[in-house]
Write a protein that binds this ligand. Structure first.
Ligand SMILES: O[C@H]1[C@H](O)[C@@H](O)[C@H](O)[C@@H](O)[C@H]1O
Length: 647
């Protein structure tokens, strides 16, 4: 029996019970209803496709059809969407605050004369703080609950926005960036968990993926805001940072009225409240079954993994959670190792390297890149419940690996046709410069102290030289023809910092777009989505804290080392390296990622009972499925094979 069929049977029964009332439902469970739940494959599929199973009365068939219709209309009350949208504002702020800094930095470095070290500090302090607070978020989530953590994160976002917008010097800017980072870390680990715990199984993947849609939406919005305020000569950065207070305030007030996660409430023994919340988010559906299922699995979990010691220790000594943790951290690590933030944070630079030599055009093209990331995440939202997590992630990473190879080849080709240095100016300071040692543009471009000054004769590069870059800005050379814009223009000279004029630029651009088209629907959202579902309740906060921490740590590592990696390995070397990481990730995911689509959170633990890296093989498809049935208040674990035994 396909799992889809079993889901439908389950929902049909649930809806039937709504239609017939509680009393009739009990009768139904004792009779035909109970039997159809544990019925073997054929009867379930016939129930779904052709109407009533053999021997059932016509009126039961009518009822069933009515129930199915009702289920389709009512199964997802709008409230779940409201809850998800307010939580996903945390994702929006995560994307906005990590994205907005690149444009703000362009203005800040001029206005506050920021050194390279201070620029790096302002960018990476946020990501570093996010790594720490994501780890701490595990303890906070367990102790205070999901709702309190989301409220706390929005307070950090508000405080950070105010501090940044009102900053008087670089020290207060640094303080603001750290506070914002604390918010990002807590939100990044709490929001997916909260949404997963509130969502019904058949929509869980889609709703959690919407959080990543909000992340990439935030990044896109930040890119547009950066573009718009970049024309403001003074204080543009204050608006860029300050604007994030608006969604943060909205989220804070929204969450004052939104409920705590029912699963967390049950775990804390607040069962009455949990029932109320569950009824609220499930609308007119009967919640007994779901409530019992959560309650039983919590009781089970406590028995199974009830040994003493900190949660992380218990997770590591208990094989299913150890495997889930390895998978969760591995997914997050490979997401970052595939180089997404090199592409996101340096897209303007990469675009310049592919030949766009106008600064504001590069900023707007970076917004186009962010838009590609956002719109293809939307494709992921649509695909996640159709293809499932496993196929989507594997397909996405395969395409990403290929796109990285295209990007690398683009850089390789550009390097091979890199124009030679044909003109050595006689400025006296040229004698002390290391830039004179390069005989091709490629070497010159990779040295952060030098740039390439050239003229064009038709499409041919002529009179080209490698000259030191100005100490204040990378937009001009320290001396010579490219020292100031007006002389450059009158003489027809161009200044290329960080790129070489080549006719293969389009390959790089194509690689960049291809990269996002493949990465965004799968590798972008799935690590967050899968992590929100693979841990049992007792380990969920800690598991998500660890894996989010891993995501942020690798985010810092990859984005901070990109320019150095490119210097040592060249650009094409760096992208071949990321392609290598992605290929290893592909093998890991192929072996280790089971399909979790449509399963109840309480069922997913059993996917990790096998040795790690066999789970993908055994549960990749619809072939094997696990069904829980409710017999006298307990959940029994039933496989296809032993279904007949029960009957
Ligand atoms: O899932 C998100 C998304 O893909 C973002 O674009 C990226 O910047 C983040 O690092 C990642 O975690």
């Amino acid at each position: 029996m396909s799992r889809k069929a079993s889901d439908n049977v389950e929902y049909t029964l649930r809806s039937l019970s709504n239609l017939m009332g509680e009393k009739k439902r009990r009768k139904q469970e004792e009779g035909a209803g109970e039997r159809s739940l544990i019925a073997p494959a054929e009867s379930c599929s016939s129930l779904n496709s052709q109407g009533p199973p053999e021997g059932a009365s016509a009126s039961a068939g009518d009822l069933e059809r009515a129930a199915r219709r009702q289920f389709q209309q009512d199964v997802t009350p709008a409230f779940v969407y409201v809850v998800s949208a307010f939580s996903a504002l945390g994702g929006f702020l995560f994307g906005y605050d990590t994205g907005v800094v690149s444009g703000a930095m362009l203005l800040l470095k001029r206005e506050m004369q920021l050194s390279a070290l201070w620029q790096e500090l302002l960018v990476s302090s946020t990501v570093g703080a996010a790594a720490l607070s994501a780890l701490a978020g595990g303890v906070l989530n367990g102790a205070l609950g999901r709702r309190a953590c989301i409220l706390l994160a929005s307070l950090f976002f508000i405080a950070g926005a105010v501090l940044l917008a009102a900053a008087r010097g670089k020290e207060s800017l640094l303080g603001g960036r750290v506070v914002v980072g604390l918010g990002i870390g807590i939100a990044s680990m709490t929001v997916p968990v909260y949404i997963a715990e509130a969502a019904p199984p058949h929509l869980r993947g889609r709703l959690v993926t919407i959080n990543t849609l909000f992340i990439t939406g935030g990044q896109f919005f930040a890119a547009v805001v950066d573009g718009a305020f970049s024309y403001l000569p003074r204080n543009g950065w204050r608006y860029m940072f300050g604007l994030s207070a608006v969604p943060a305030i909205l989220q804070f007030f929204g969450f004052l009225f939104l409920p705590e996660s029912p699963r967390w409430l049950i775990q804390k023994g607040q069962t009455q409240k949990a029932r109320r919340v569950l009824s609220q988010i499930r609308g007119n559906q009967n919640i007994d079954e779901e409530y019992d299922s959560i309650k039983n699995s919590i009781d089970e979990e406590e028995k199974e993994a009830g040994g003493g010691g900190p949660v992380i220790y218990r997770m590591l000594v208990y094989p299913p959670t150890r495997r889930a943790l390895l998978l969760g951290c591995g997914l997050q690590m490979f997401q970052q190792l595939a180089g997404i933030n090199t592409v996101m944070y340096y897209s303007a630079t990469i675009l310049q390297m592919s030949g766009v030599n106008d600064d504001s055009l590069a900023i707007w093209l970076a917004a186009v890149t962010a838009f590609t990331n956002f719109s293809f995440t939307l494709v992921g939202v649509w695909l996640v419940e159709k293809l499932g997590r496993r196929k989507l992630t594997l397909g996405s990473l395969t395409g990403t690996t290929m796109a990285l190879i295209v990007l690398a080849l683009g850089f390789l080709l550009s390097a091979q046709v890199s124009p030679p240095v044909t003109f050595t100016p006689s400025d006296p300071s040229a004698q002390n410069s290391t830039c004179t040692k390069y005989s091709y543009c490629n070497g010159c471009m990779l040295d952060p102290n030098c740039g390439f000054c050239y003229k064009l004769n038709g499409s041919n590069v002529v009179e080209s030289s490698c000259i030191p870059v100005d100490a204040e800005t990378t937009e001009r050379s320290a001396w010579g023809r490219c020292k100031n814009e007006s002389t450059s223009k009158s003489e027809g000279s161009f200044w290329a910092y960080n790129y070489c004029p080549t006719s293969y630029a389009w390959t790089t651009l194509a690689g960049l777009i291809l990269y996002l088209v493949f990465f965004a629907p799968g590798m972008g959202p799935m690590p967050w989505t899968v992590n929100s579902e693979i841990y049992p309740l007792w380990a969920r906060s800690t598991g998500n804290a660890c894996s989010s921490g891993v995501n942020w740590v690798f985010n810092v590592l990859i984005s901070l080392t990109f320019l150095h990696t490119a210097q040592y390995l060249t650009y094409y070397g760096a992208f071949f390296l990321y392609a290598g990481f992605a290929a290893v990730g592909l093998v890991f995911i192929y072996g280790c990622l089971p399909e979790t689509k449509g399963k109840k959170l309480e069922e997913i633990e059993s996917l990790f009972e096998n040795r790690l890296c066999t789970c993908g093989a055994s549960d990749s498809d619809e072939g094997r499925y696990i069904e829980y049935i409710r017999v006298k208040g307990s959940n029994y674990h039933l496989s296809d094979n032993d279904a007949s035994d029960v009957e």
